[in-house]
Design a protein around this ligand. Structure first.
Ligand code: SF4
Length: 353
């Protein structure tokens, strides 16, 4: 098992290197835990032990904001004990848990509220148990296909050089006639995945957006041209490819911004990428809780979160969301749909939400 782990001795430029690493002691009983420890030592990173990956009580930092920023540079290596997978509609049946947290600072990111007081990055070392659970879900639903989303709680591409977990999931699903994997990323570090035996069972999607959105709201992610170059690489490696345009934001010049984005996609992609291409479209939304958290963490954000300009959409489990009023949402959907089909007549739009 240990020799399968892809933790390179040299690293590609720009990959995430944490400033502090915590280990649950039992994580070191697993080959992946040992390999990550060896990597942390090679990198000369400070290492601490923690009794549980759910409770890191001694994170450095004076203020809440400082703690948050440090947490985003802190890696916690633990064992995933809860093997009940969450659902992941509309893009998949289940969320497969291989990591949580993200090193990027997208102002609108829903992880700010869903991860609550645990914004640090966690990777799990017991991938074999996680994949065995995935197999149970696949068997339960047979003969239906079961799709797993690997990016519900993290951007796993940003952590792949540390954990190698995504490649393990890809190769596992490659052997499942009724299992499919998908994940989305804003990072371009796809090299470790290019030679995976995916068998066409994993769809890699890149999150893309108008220049205005990337520039103002997505600090510490890969730039658009890097994401598109990576999209070309995974398409050439035979992976099904998709794009998620999210969050779609109404801003001055949005029509030019989204038209240009679709043209850039068209120019950057190799021909083989166009067939079977999928798009998922998600308009910007926020909750009252998210707004408060975002304004504390990114006080100078230009993100428009004015409830009076939005439509309130009731949530199934309590707190509702503020989305664009129907007229604006329809205009965004129609305009972007037209630009997609203009540039990619054979593409499928999976949903607009
Ligand atoms: Fe959140 Fe994705 Fe941005 Fe990471 S890259 S902060 S997961 S939106």
């Amino acid at each position: 098992m240990a020799e399968q782990l892809l933790i390179p001795a040299t690293r590609s430029p720009g990959v995430f290197i944490p400033e502090l690493v915590y280990f649950e002691p039992n994580a070191l009983d697993y080959p992946k835990g040992q390999a990550i420890m060896a990597w942390a030592e090679r990198e000369g990173l400070p290492v601490r032990m923690t009794t549980s990956h759910n409770r890191i009580t001694d994170l450095p930092g004076e203020s809440e904001l400082e703690k948050y920023r440090i947490a985003k540079r802190t890696l916690v290596v633990g064992i995933r004990k809860t093997l009940k997978f969450d659902t992941s509609k509309p893009s998949a049946e289940y969320a497969i848990p291989i990591a949580t947290g993200c090193m990027a600072h997208c102002h609108y990111c829903y992880l700010q509220t869903t991860l609550g007081a645990k914004p640090y990055l966690r990777v799990y070392v017991n991938t074999d148990e996680i994949l065995a659970q995935a197999k149970k879900y696949i068997d339960e639903r047979a003969p239906e296909m079961t799709r797993f989303e690997a990016a519900c709680t993290s951007d796993p591409v940003g952590l792949e050089h540390i954990s190698g977990s995504l490649k393990e999931c890809i190769e596992f699903m490659g052997q499942q006639p009724l299992g499919r994997l998908r994940f989305v990323t804003k990072f371009h570090h796809v090299e470790p995945l290019l030679d995976a035996k995916h068998n066409g069972h994993t769809r890699i999607r890149f999150s893309v957006n108008a220049e205005y959105v990337i520039k103002h709201f997505e600090p510490a992610t890969s730039g658009l041209s890097d994401r598109l170059a990576a999209a070309g690489k995974v398409a050439r490696a035979g992976y099904p490819l998709g794009f998620i345009i999210a969050p779609i934001i109404w801003h001055e010049g949005w029509e030019e911004g989204y038209a240009k984005l679709l043209m850039q996609l068209k120019e950057a992609l190799p021909e083989e990428a166009a067939s079977g291409l999928t798009f998922e479209l998600i308009q910007h939304r926020f909750t009252k809780t998210a707004k408060n958290v975002i304004l504390r963490r990114y006080p100078r954000t230009k993100l428009e979160m004015d409830e009076t300009k939005r439509k309130y959409k009731w949530g199934r489990w309590g707190q509702g969301k503020y989305v664009y009023p129907d007229e604006q949402a329809d205009a965004l959907r129609e305009f972007i749909t037209e630009r997609i089909f203009e540039n990619f007549p054979e593409a499928t739009i999976d949903y607009f939400t």
